[in-house]
Design a protein around this ligand. Structure first.
Ligand SMILES: NC(=O)c1ccc[n+]([C@@H]2O[C@H](COP(=O)([O-])OP(=O)(O)OC[C@H]3O[C@@H](n4cnc5c(N)ncnc54)[C@H](O)[C@@H]3O)[C@@H](O)[C@H]2O)c1
Ligand SMILES: O=CCCC(=O)O
Length: 479
């Protein structure tokens, strides 16, 4: 595999048209590779290739598609360590988390290899003698897979596996901040034997490439993961040609802890829920809503856990232990998170964590917990996307639910309680697409992933993820 150079894949051939940009290791600022920097013309060629391949690929049997997806899963698993190493370097991940991301990506290819065979339709009983009513599911057309840097491999895998299982051909674009391992994923698909033109990839300036792809007449679906702001722009441009949008956007997950929770388990859940991927996860626990009777104890225990974490490069030299926390993606992310913390302190929030020192080289932040955070502080009203969070208190279930839902975002939410009734009742009242009950890591390939409100439209994974790339055709038949 060539994991130093993110190239374009068009009609089965790799090339590096255009100039190139460096890809940087957030853990020390060194260059780890380069990404080809194409143009709108390259994007159009990729969409042309996908359009040309659609006719034959959409008519392959589900058995053929399932077999290829299974081969891709096996090849991806074989290349796991190589891919994870590059992924850890370019995205600033801890090596075990990068390995976990590739393993998770394998699951999507396995799952959709199985789901491909279940694209069944219905036959409805007729109301008049002799008539027949059938509905079938067909691939929608050329689909676009546009993804961010935080989970660059697994988010592409979640989209590509579903699109290919449905019988769509694909053009992908990945974030220039972490394009190498994601390009390695496309290489896996190429090497697994997907025919030329079925899977294409183009790198380059986001607006120009996306505009060229969205205006291509064969493109019928766009699956975008990223910020809500860019998601709105994608949705507006999808409206021009009535392209079907699937949008996985920003979050602001409440992590609600009731006084009947196992407090130590809740604290451990909070560490994982907040600090997985150095806090840069769309489903991350963004703000802690804690019942007032246990709020101080929760904050002190969580603050102590944050302060005790080791911080460093995610791929340490010479067999040194992997640190508990890696860098964030770049200096802009450091400043954005720091600004939210500073602002909350100016509004009267109290710092619970003590540590401020971080490694001198690279984009690091000390994990930070604040208490007594006002309800309107951006630290709790906005997506932090980094290793900091605030504790807000509540005194009743009603107040917890009101505060949890007081956001335009609705991706994930977490509930910690020992009460089976709360485990059932509270999720029903939360405006979120995903709820973890005593579970800080809800994502699995076989369950639906997606958000309510401004966190997005549609679902990925599960059987619903396949339907996003299918058109239902109804046939009324008088034999
Ligand atoms: N809901 C989910 O499943 C999910 C998953 C991961 C990340 N996210 C969200 O993504 C955001 C962080 O990722 P990001 O900073 O890469 O997001 P982003 O929206 O800035 O970028 C996402 C992708 O879109 C491209 N892009 C940027 N501006 C564009 C434009 N004007 N037109 C077309 N493409 C454009 C980027 O190059 C990147 O590839 C967070 O808000 C996070 O919550 C959501
Ligand atoms: O950032 C969003 C993806 C998170 C996940 O897949 O669990």
């Amino acid at each position: 595999m060539n994991l130093k150079s993110a190239r374009h894949l068009v009609n089965g051939s790799w090339h590096t048209a255009g100039s190139a940009k460096d890809v940087t290791d957030p853990g020390n600022g060194s260059t780890v590779g380069e990404v080809a920097w194409g143009t709108a013309g390259d994007a159009t060629k990729a969409a042309d290739a996908a359009a040309e391949a659609f006719g034959s690929w959409s008519r392959t049997t589900v058995r053929q598609r399932a077999d290829l997806l299974r081969t891709a899963a096996e090849l991806l698993a074989d290349r796991r360590d190589e891919l994870a190493h590059t992924l850890a370097l370019e995205a600033g991940k801890r090596l075990p988390e990068a390995q976990g991301e590739v393993d998770f990506s394998v699951e999507y290819f396995r799952w959709f290899a199985e789901e491909a065979r279940r694209t069944t339709g219905t036959v409805s009983p007729p109301e008049l003698q002799g008539r027949r009513h059938l509905s079938t599911r067909k691939p929608i057309g050329v689909a676009l897979s546009l993804t961010p840097w935080n989970f660059p491999v697994s988010i592409q895998a979640r989209k590509l596996a579903a699109m290919l299982a449905a019988g769509c051909t694909v053009v992908g674009r990945v974030s220039e901040k972490a394009p190498l391992a994601a390009t390695g994923l496309f290489e896996v698909l190429h090497d697994a034997g997907f025919p030329a033109g079925v899977v294409n990839l183009v790198h380059g300036p986001s607006r120009e490439i996306t505009a060229a792809l969205m205006s291509h007449p064969a493109v019928r679906a766009v699956s975008f993961t990223g910020s809500t702001g860019v998601g709105r722009q994608i949705m507006a441009s999808a409206s021009e040609r009535v392209v079907r949008p699937l949008l996985e956007l920003g979050g602001n997950a409440p992590f609600i802890v009731f006084e009947d929770a196992d407090l130590d388990a809740a604290v451990e859940g909070a560490v994982l829920g907040r600090l997985r991927n150095t806090g840069q996860s769309c489903v991350a626990a963004n703000r802690f809503l804690v019942q007032d009777s246990i709020a101080e104890e929760f904050a002190q225990k969580l603050g102590a856990r944050f302060d005790a974490m080791s911080i460093g490069h995610g791929v340490p030299d010479d067999g040194a232990p992997v640190p508990d926390l890696g860098p964030v993606i770049d200096a802009d992310r450091v400043s954005a998170v720091q600004a939210l913390v500073d602002d909350a302190e100016e509004r009267g929030a109290r710092r619970v964590t003590q540590r401020t020192s971080v490694p001198a080289q690279g984009s690091f932040l000390a994990p930070t917990l604040l208490a007594d955070v006002p309800d309107d502080a951006p630290l709790v009203t906005e997506e932090v996307f980094g290793p900091a969070a605030g504790v807000v208190t509540f005194s009743s279930e009603e107040e917890a639910i009101r505060k949890a839902n007081a956001t335009e975002m609705g991706l994930a939410a977490y509930v910690w309680s020992g009460s089976p009734r709360r485990g059932w009742d509270i999720p029903e009242q939360l405006e979120a697409g995903i709820v973890g009950v005593n579970d800080p890591l809800p994502s699995v390939a076989f369950a639906p992933m997606g958000g309510a409100k401004q966190s997005g439209l549609g679902r990925e994974g599960s059987s619903l993820g396949l339907e996003e790339f299918e058109e239902v055709q109804y046939v009324a038949w008088r034999p």
